[in-house]
Design a binder for this molecule. Structure first.
Ligand code: FMN
Length: 180
């Protein structure tokens, strides 16, 4: 008789333009290569966290907040999430694309705000990591783009895949050490 599948790790995400999904998939493939069963899907395709042994959730940041679907997921699943190892991440371009003279301040404020929101819903979350995202500027009108550039702002793909891989590897190491 074959062994039952081990409980997978859930990697779930909210995205509007796909870059957070690509990061979630990268984390999932990294964990899979490390021997974990994984399930990677958008937050609105997760029916319950009960069948997962650990959860990693990520969201794009829009207007200094997580996307609504991701916040709603934390609200709905907060009881289940309290009983599992939970890591969280955000993708935002402020930390890389915002004009240099305000970049650090804006990114720090945004990170604190998102962390406060997550902790208020799931106090036992282990970590929140802010990664630089991807913003090609297409969501903004041409005058807004021009003004942003004049102020020193940049558009582009700022994702640091090395940092993302390292974070996934650290989570895998932590889970192995704890026998998750
Ligand atoms: C309408 C809009 C608002 C945004 N607001 C922010 C923001 O407040 N802070 C930030 O760091 N990035 C912001 N961004 C950048 C995105 O969060 C970032 O590019 C992210 O990688 C997008 O993820 P997605 O491709 O999964 O939707 C915004 C992007 C858009 C299109």
């Amino acid at each position: 008789m074959s062994e039952p599948d081990p409980m997978p790790v859930l990697i779930t995400y909210a995205t509007s333009r796909g870059s957070t999904e690509e990061v979630a998939e990268r984390i999932a493939s990294r964990l899979h290569a490390d021997g974990f069963a994984v399930d990677c899907r958008p937050v609105d395709h997760v029916y319950s966290v009960d069948n997962y042994k650990a959860v990693i959730i990520g969201s794009a940041i829009h207007h200094a907040r997580w996307l609504l679907d991701a916040e709603r997921f934390l609200d709905v699943e907060c009881m289940g999430l309290q009983t599992k190892p939970l890591w969280s991440f955000s993708l935002g371009s402020a930390s890389a694309g915002t004009p240099g003279w305000i970049r650090g301040k804006v990114a720090k404020r945004e990170q604190r705000r998102v962390e406060r929101m997550i902790i208020s819903k799931v106090p036992k979350v282990r970590e929140h990591r802010l990664f630089a995202g991807k913003d090609d500027g297409r969501a903004w009108s041409s005058p807004v783009r021009g003004m942003y550039r004049c102020m020193g702002g940049r558009f582009g793909d700022f994702r640091d895949w090395d940092a993302i891989d390292k974070w996934a590897d650290a989570i895998a190491k932590e889970m192995k050490a704890e026998g998750v």
